[in-house]
Design a binder for this molecule. Sequence first.
Ligand code: NDP
Length: 326
Amino acid sequence: MAEENKMERIKCLIIGSGPAGYTAAIYAARADMQPVVYTGMEPGGQLTTTTEVDNFPGYPEGIDGPTMMVQLQQQAERFGTEVRIGMITEVKLSQEVGGVHKACVDNKTWIEAQTIIISTGATAKYLGLPSEQRLRGGGVSACAVCDGFFYKNQDVAIVGGGDTAAEEATYLANICNKVTMLVRKDEMRASKAMQHRVTSTKNIDLRYNTEVDEVLGDQVVEGLRMVNNQTGEKEEIKITGLFIAIGHKPNTDIFKDQLEMDDAGYLITKGKTTKTNIPGVFASGDVQDKDYRQAITAAGTGCMAALDAERYLASVATPEEEVSAS
Ligand code: NDP
């Protein structure tokens, strides 16, 4: 059990170091909230596992994901953000307006924070096949909107039967020559409207009862061996890209029973704000967004969270704090 004595107290704790966390940090630091960012297990977040980012405004030539995240960190640090490598492993959130929240770092040290911005993101699910894991970044991707363009006029495949898979399959069909879509059941989970879009798109080859047997290729994806899970029949196709669209898991385990979340575990925010059900606790980025999941939308909500936190701090400030701030 971690010890709770001799606690450091900060104004703003930001959990997570993706575009949402660092954008929140830039705004919070400029508002003199002296934010501390805890990076989590994957400093820089999901973008560090992508190669080229071509759709973030302001980079006409594109930028590679890891470089972009280093630059975002540097920008946040320039205004006084403290970035610490570490995981927040437990929280004790105060229900009181103006109350102090507690967070445990790496199961060891507790810190106190007047506000917390949660930007812990979501993790794309993968199939778990060794060949798939080996070729991640070499043609296996979990984001068609991020990486689809690299497969322009080529043949690709996508796995999944939900709304994401259906949406991404039609997105890819606009760019690529042919999209083979593998759905493991004899029906799709996606809405009827999305299913209709898939079945009416000519260059989507929809395969029901079909799963990935092996991703083929040494350094990069060169093909796919599929298996029909009813007949056992196997078939190989040539592809250069494989997109996995079988869902995401929001990283919210440590907030269970304290923050409101939907059935899938995404944090619920109030109206158009980033406020959670706990005063002084805000959520930004993919951890509260299962629909858009883009770096730019995450950054936008990171900015909103910092502004919401700043307003909250101003609203609960004691007269002495107001005097010292002026
Ligand atoms: P879902 O959980 O809805 O769907 C996941 C899909 O992946 C299912 O078809 C599932 O199959 C399949 N799957 C899961 N594991 C495997 C596996 N190991 N191998 C093969 N297939 C597998 O996730 P989504 O990301 O599609 O959607 C998440 C939420 O976001 C949903 O509520 C969705 O409605 C929403 N959304 C809405 C959009 C919109 O409105 N425009 C766009 C995108 C998402 P099975 O059915 O057999 O379990």
